[in-house]
Design a protein around this ligand. Structure first.
Ligand SMILES: C[S@@+](CC[C@H](N)C(=O)[O-])C[C@H]1O[C@@H](n2cnc3c(N)ncnc32)[C@H](O)[C@@H]1O
Length: 244
C-alpha cells in the first residue's frame, strides 16, 4: 500500500493515524477545558505554514507526507543518520509551492547536529518559532529489548530538550515564568516514538511533558504492529515558548 502511494515506507500510515487520533484527543480535551473555562488548544497539528523538525526521518515517509502539507511559507527540517530516499527529497525540493526544506545527515545526539538545526532556525528567523518537533528515531537494535527501549528513550529525552529546552527535566523549572532555550513556540507540539519499558524508566519523560505542555497522551496507531512495544507520546500546548 505504501509503494502504491509512492511512499518509501509504511510509516506514513502511522503518522496519518496519529494525526487523526491527536485531533480526536484535542477535541475531547477542549470539551473538558471549555467546562473549566480554560483556553482551547489549537485543533490542528500541521497547518500549511508551519515549521516542523522531523528527527529520525529516513527513509522519508513522514517527511514526504509533511512536505506535501506545507506551502511555501512552511519550513521543514529533516534529520537522520541515514540518507533520505531521493524521491522524497526531490519531491519536496522540486515543488515550487512547497516548504523551505533542509535535510541533515548525521547523529542527532551530537552537539554539532543540534547546532546545525539551531543555525538553520536562526537563518529562517524561527529560533523559538517551531510549531512541531517530531521524532520517529529508534536506536539500532541490539537484540535485548530493554536495552533497545532505554536507548530509544534517551533519544526521546534528547528530542524533548531540543523542543522544550535544557531545563525541561528540572522539576523546579516553571515553563510559564522562566525563560526556555527550547525551539518550540508557545502552544507548539511534540511527538516521539518510544518503546514501553516500565513506569520507572518512562517517568522522567512523562513528568517533563506533563509540566511543559497543556495536554499529552500516549498513542498506539493500528499501523504499528500489535506485538511491538512501540508507542507514541503526543503532547501539545507548549507552555514555555514565545508567542508568534
Ligand atoms: C523507524 S525509522 C524512521 C522512519 C521515518 N519516520 C519514515 O517515515 O520513513 C527510525 C530512524 O531513526 C534513525 N535514527 C536512530 N538513531 C538516530 C540518531 N541518533 N540520530 C539520527 N537518526 C537516528 C534511524 O537511522 C532510522 O532511519
Amino acid at each position: 500500500m505504501a509503494k502504491s502511494r509512492g511512499s518509501p515506507s509504511r510509516a506514513i500510515f502511522k503518522l496519518e493515524e496519529i494525526e487523526n487520533m491527536a485531533a480526536t484527543f484535542i477535541k475531547q480535551q477542549n470539551q473538558k477545558r471549555q467546562k473549566k473555562k480554560k483556553k482551547p488548544i489549537s485543533p490542528k497539528v500541521f497547518h500549511p505554514s508551519c515549521t516542523v523538525i522531523d528527527l529520525g526521518a529516513a527513509p522519508g515517509s513522514w517527511t514526504q507526507w509533511i512536505g506535501e502539507r506545507l506551502d511555501s511559507n512552511g519550513i521543514l527540517i529533516a534529520l537522520d543518520l541515514l540518507e533520505l530516499d531521493e524521491r522524497t527529497v526531490n519531491g519536496i525540493e522540486y515543488n515550487e509551492d512547497g516548504p523551505s526544506f533542509h535535510c541533515i545527515q548525521g547523529d542527532f545526539t551530537k552537539n554539532e547536529k543540534k547546532q546545525h538545526i539551531l543555525d538553520i532556525l536562526l537563518e529562517e528567523d524561527k529560533s523559538h518559532g517551531v510549531d512541531c518537533v517530531i521524532s520517529d528515531m529508534a536506536a539500532n537494535f541490539t537484540g535485548d529489548s530493554l536495552t533497545d527501549a532505554l536507548r530509544t528513550m534517551n533519544l526521546c529525552e534528547d528530542a524533548l530538550m531540543l523542543a522544550a529546552g535544557s531545563s525541561c527535566f528540572d522539576p523546579r523549572f516553571i515553563p510559564t515564568t522562566s525563560k526556555s532555550d527550547g525551539v518550540l513556540r508557545n502552544g507548539g507540539t511534540f511527538l516521539c516514538k518510544f518503546f514501553a519499558c516500565g513506569q520507572t524508566n518512562e517517568e522522567d519523560l512523562r513528568e517533563a511533558i506533563g509540566r511543559n505542555f497543556e495536554v499529552s497522551t500516549v498513542l498506539k496507531p493500528k499501523a504499528s504492529r500489535k506485538e511491538s512495544a512501540e508507542l507514541y507520546m503526543f503532547a501539545t500546548g507548549y507552555k514555555g515558548g514565545q508567542n508568534q
